[in-house]
Design a protein around this ligand. Sequence first.
Ligand SMILES: NC(=O)c1ccc[n+]([C@@H]2O[C@H](COP(=O)([O-])OP(=O)(O)OC[C@H]3O[C@@H](n4cnc5c(N)ncnc54)[C@H](OP(=O)(O)O)[C@@H]3O)[C@@H](O)[C@H]2O)c1
Length: 443
Amino acid sequence: MPLPTPFGVFDARAFQGDSGHFHLALVLGEVAGRTEVPTRIHSECLTGDAFASLRCDCGVQLRLALRVVAARGYGVVLYAIGQEGRGIGLVNKLRSYIEQDAGADTCDANLRLGLPVDSRGYGESAAVLRALGVASVRLLTNNPLKVEGLRAAGVTVSSTESLATTPHARNLAYLRTKEQRLGHVKPTGEVVGDDALAGTSPAIDTTQLIGAVRPRPDRPYVVLKFAQTLDGRIATSTGDARWISGEAERTISHALRAMCDAVLVGVGTVVQDDPQLTVRMVPGVSPMRVVLDSTLRVGDTARILQPDAPTLIVTTSRSRPERRARLEAHGVRLELVAPGPDGVDLASALRELRADGVQSLLVEGGAKVITSMLSAAVVDRLIVSVAPTIIGCGTDAVGPLGVTRVSDGIRLTNRAMHVLSDDVLLSWDVGIASRGLHDGHDR
Ligand SMILES: NC(=O)c1ccc[n+]([C@@H]2O[C@H](COP(=O)([O-])OP(=O)(O)OC[C@H]3O[C@@H](n4cnc5c(N)ncnc54)[C@H](OP(=O)(O)O)[C@@H]3O)[C@@H](O)[C@H]2O)c1
């Protein structure tokens, strides 16, 4: 029967195997008698596929597979029900998460529970492919054991194609374990480097840029990122910032978003740039969007209000109640915190985010937010891209910090540097200023 999806109209067929479990085959185009049929054997993962859990990469992989098959115009996505948690089932998978939170990796967690690391068989998937008449497959997977299993079950796997996803700080250890202990090939895509975007995978691994994510009790791990011209501006004097950096650098920005729980800007950037702040240029999950907006200046048609990702606006009692109600009606979450000298009180805003479960926060500007974050010494990692452009006066990347002597500046350590097409990408750990930066500075 036809199953319309945003990726295309698939022919959905259900098959029941000897185990009693069903396989749902989503077939696109003519596959009978064809060779090199793009094929994904996707093990059911209710938490990842349906609820977008960030513990795994399953939901992103499933949608990526549907997209790849749709792009080729033919292929099979075979959804293997009953293979939840590499075969241990949903409840045991939740139990294994408890073990993982206590320090075990995804393999040892199963072993600690007396369960196999991977108990999946591929005989029933092979039978479905035979029933569909597929002559040979181009298997969409990073998992060599799946290739072996299908071959052992009689399927001709003529080639494989990576299904790497851009990692999230929360699934990174899981993906590394799959790579190191289960032999998965580059599940996190290409590592950022001089030739990151020349690789075959659209996924980008920004772990080196982000550094070790260590949230504090009172705030998330904060990564501050901006793109500046060679002369230190993040926008022209009219506020234009599109685009300071090139496409390669902007792709990295999307991968950084995909790595974090939330991405934050000030309302000035929303009003000026109307950004979407979603992940579009790499396969990955869009984070929660956070806007600091003390009086709710954000416009009704702002793109961050669109439902493609969750949005949280941090505001104060200075915003009008009817405006709050209207935004809530848009499905936007509002958090009321104390006012501060720059709008909302930054420490309270970060504390609320942490209390809401945000562990990693990417701050994308603009100038006032960059300045107040650095001023408050709440930045753990700084990522700056420098573009080969000089624009003269404009918006300085960083405003007044009250530093009068160079030796009192904020110390940056552990520099990493990458060349991306024309841009240079620099990242550092951020130390605290050798003397406290003043607050209440004139802005
Ligand atoms: N090149 C880049 O990487 C990049 C990135 C982003 C933006 N930009 C550019 O930066 C410019 C916008 O900069 P901007 O300074 O006007 O905007 P911004 O920093 O995004 O927003 C500043 C506004 O946020 C609100 N806010 C609330 N609490 C705050 C706090 N604790 N600290 C700081 N701000 C707080 C304030 O408005 P209320 O008082 O009304 O709450 C403040 O005026 C645009 O031209 C944009 O294109 C460039």
